[in-house]
Design a binder for this molecule. Structure first.
Ligand code: ZN
Length: 224
């Protein structure tokens, strides 16, 4: 009888191991998909060298990067924060943003982190601006001040729904600088949760450039 149970337990374990081999357990972290080359060296769109949008008009930012693709656990976390109002997702998303910071931004000297603004009406209904929340967490960890120097003056429909030709006019004059911080000669890192088409951060960077910022780059948690 003992031998039967031993053999049975052994067979059970072997079956379990075989199943694990065929269908590996997938912890949440495994569904993180890193942003890997090839991508546009300015805006990180998939492809080589310089994407069509950047060829058409070179962005005012030097580079826009994210450590991860907008996929799996990252996408889930961002959606939970934005639409589920799960503010407790902020530290984890800031962890991911910080990975991007160490990879792409740590060798620069930043004067400020600038969160991409939400329209005030949307911010009031959501209760917070997710970009500002993750920027504040990163700023605290890296000792960089967060400056809300842009104001979103026009609510805009989601960019992804529009053809490329309409995205720029959709966003023209959507942002206005707040005259609460002298940007002249400053190195600024724009922060957003996700870069979808890149049109929003292009528009924000253009406004910061007009105000005399010396260097503008963009860091997000995820890139579509
Ligand atoms: Zn590009």
């Amino acid at each position: 009888m003992d031998r039967f149970w031993t053999a049975s337990a052994w067979a059970h374990r072997l079956a379990g191991d075989l199943l694990d081999l065929l269908f590996p357990p997938r912890p949440a972290e495994e569904s993180l998909r890193e942003l890997l080359p090839p991508f546009c060296f300015r805006c990180s769109a998939p492809g080589f060298l310089l994407c069509p949008s950047c060829q058409e008009i070179l962005p005012a930012f030097l580079w826009a990067r994210a450590p991860y693709r907008y996929f799996g656990a990252v996408k889930q976390g961002i959606l939970e924060l934005k639409y589920g109002k799960q503010i407790d997702r902020v530290p984890w998303l800031a962890d991911l943003l910080e990975i991007g910071f160490r990879t792409y931004a740590a060798s620069f000297r930043w004067d400020a982190l600038v969160p991409v603004p939400l329209h005030p009406v949307r911010e009031r209904s959501r209760g917070f601006n997710q970009a500002a929340e993750i920027a504040r967490e990163l700023g605290k960890r890296q000792g960089i001040p967060v400056k809300k120097v842009l104001l979103r003056v026009r609510p805009t429909p989601p960019q992804a729904a529009l053809p490329r030709s309409e995205r720029r006019s959709n966003l023209a004059h959507a942002f206005r600088p707040q005259r609460n911080f002298d940007l002249a000669g400053k190195n600024l890192l724009l922060i957003d949760d996700v870069i979808t088409t890149g049109a929003t951060v292009r528009e924000c960077a253009a406004r910061l450039c007009e105000l005399g910022a010396a260097l503008i780059c963009v860091l997000a948690v995820a890139r579509s």
